[in-house]
Design a protein around this ligand. Structure first.
Ligand code: FPP
Length: 244
């Protein structure tokens, strides 16, 4: 793979189609249920992530944000963290070309200073390589905390007043995103828990929520299509009154 070492240029594109955000939970339980190790569960989770990215492009999703590693996930046993960091790097290297060919812009959302330098380097390369993608924006959240991002954006505020739009730009900037933080339309969380776990708290103000007991490695295109069909059937009022 030959990729430029420059940071991603600031190409501003608005991606058409809903913003779908997914909390990919349940790899560990899936592994245990199948007599496998937790890292094997994460490998299976990566295969699912690939399928879901493809399906999301097909279904016209504009932005897809995948929660891969929260700031709190550093508390996991260090062999699991190391395995995950290696898997992320391998996934980025493996997916970059496919993203490029399919018009997918791939960026990583979150702090970067605590990532292994080899991963940081790969992130910069992949972001640069895919920066011209206009079909879908794929964001993978790694070392991400919504509350920390809000605090860092608030600290970066100048003056007394700031609009929601300006704050969204600050949020994007503190987490290295290429575009202002975009409102989430639909959150899907697999694995049975019904919480947001510090994910995109500002952007989810009016998000529709879909919780499914399906463990992430068992989630596939049919389940995604069901969730999107349900979302498209919902009436979104943003605090206003209904149409009927
Ligand atoms: C949660 O399952 C999953 C993670 C912390 C890692 C997510 C990583 C992937 C799905 C693969 C990488 C994907 C990309 C896009 C690079 P868990 O371990 O919390 O499961 P459990 O709740 O059953 O223990």
């Amino acid at each position: 793979m030959s990729m430029s070492r420059h940071a991603a240029p600031q190409v501003h594109t608005s991606f058409v189609g809903p913003h779908l955000a997914i909390i990919m939970d349940g790899n560990g339980r899936w592994a245990t249920a199948n007599g496998l190790s937790r890292p094997a569960g994460h490998e299976a989770g990566l295969r699912t992530a690939r399928d879901i990215v493809e399906a999301a492009v097909r279904e016209g999703v504009g932005t897809l944000t995948l929660y891969a590693f929260s700031a709190d996930n550093w508390k996991r046993p260090s062999p699991e963290v190391t395995a995950l960091m290696r898997l992320f790097r391998r996934a980025l290297i493996g997916e970059a070309k496919r993203c490029l060919e399919n018009g997918v812009r791939l960026t990583i959302l979150g702090r970067r200073d605590r990532l292994p330098s080899s991963l940081r380097h790969t992130v910069e390369q992949v972001e640069s390589l895919t920066s011209t993608g206009t079909r879908m924006h794929l964001r993978v959240a790694v070392d991400y905390s919504a509350r920390d991002a809000v605090i860092r954006a608030a600290a970066a505020m100048r003056g007394n007043g700031v609009s929601r739009e300006a704050f969204s730009e600050l949020l994007a900037r503190v987490d290295h995103d290429a575009m202002p933080a975009r409102e989430v339309d639909l959150v899907i969380r697999t694995g049975g828990e019904q919480r947001l776990s510090d994910f995109l708290l500002w952007e989810c103000a009016y998000a529709e929520l879909c919780f499914t007991p399906c463990l992430w490695p068992d989630f596939g295109a049919p389940e995604l299509n069901d969730a999107l069909a349900d979302y498209h059937g919902r009436e979104r009022r943003y605090g206003g009154v209904g149409l009927a």
